[in-house]
Design a protein around this ligand. Sequence first.
Ligand code: PLP
Length: 393
Amino acid sequence: MITKELDKKYILQTYGRGDIEFVSGDNATLTDTEGKKYIDFTSGIGVVSVGHANARVNAAICEQISNITHTSNLYHIAPQAKAAEAVVNASGYDMACFFGNSGAEANEGAIKIARKHGERDGEIKRYKIITLKHSFHGRTITTVKATGQEAMHNYFGPFPDGFVYADDINSIEALLDDHTAAVMIELIQGEGGVEPQDKAQIQALEKLLKSKHIPLIIDEVQTGGYRTGEFTASQVYGITPEIITLAKGVGGGVPVGIVMTSLKNVLSQGDHGSTFGGNYLSSSAVCSVVEILNELKQSGELTKTSLYFNEVLNDFYQANKKLFTQKVGIGMMCGLRVKDADTLGAIMTNAKESGVMVLRAGRNTLRFLPPLTITKEEIDEGFKALTTAVSGL
Ligand SMILES: *Cc1c(COP(=O)(O)O)cnc(C)c1O
């Protein structure tokens, strides 16, 4: 396998890659180099929200890049302005956007906004960002530090100061002080193990922070783009955060990161920037993806697909209670808690064999992030393969 050899020789070995290479995709179906087909319950970790090789997105990108791909942010960029309008309108929040290229970069932007806001806001310099212990916010030096998991802080220091970790939502209040610039959380922890927060607790936190004029940052890199039923999970939770970050699902596979905020005047000219962010290529993809997802939502198809996926997932769970202890998640961000790590490892291996791609999250969660366009037939076929995968366990 030539790719495997090239990878070993020329790529830094930071990933534990499965021994598999895909060459094409069609909606939620992938084909590997041997011609074997797989049902994709991962969307490339929540990215390919409108399916692989989506014809409408591809046409929009091709049309765009046949005219112009990139000019820099020194000039007006029509698709960037339109993508921002689409994203803001889909969210329903009174916000404005900054475009970067990844989730980590969107979170960096959020932290910069919160810190500058904290600096302007009164006499005392507010710089502390409170995050959760089991969070995941990215891989840059700052977002690695923002990530509460201690194991991620083993190397790479010294880190930027001012990150404080709370055990859970209820313990945030005790950590607030005059130096707190913001609280940054995921409403459903993704990498942390498909861990939805409690709605009442989140609403209470929002109220508390608003009373203290401390911005709430919701990291929606994984939950955003209709993954949980609304454009943002913040809408599902009925809150109005000051800052929201998006990435993965809103570009449909083209790299994009967006920070959107109601604090529209905190950053001024020269405070932040990106060479590639929001260029014609990625913005045209965002416009097309959001348009498709809006239609899916408005037609009722998204709700139908989500209900059906969860129904079949629940049947699978009920039929395999000796392996799984709980069904978790919201909308099409869901998971099954597996009784132990060995069993999860075996399921991952067998699933690949039987032709279905799934993810793990944390130590004991089998995670599902299917394309939001997945068909009934693909769902049925995927769970048929998964049933085969667990049959011997
Ligand atoms: C994936 C993810 C990130 C990091 O996104 P990158 O595009 O890999 O930088 C940040 N936050 C959350 C919640 C994520 O799921």
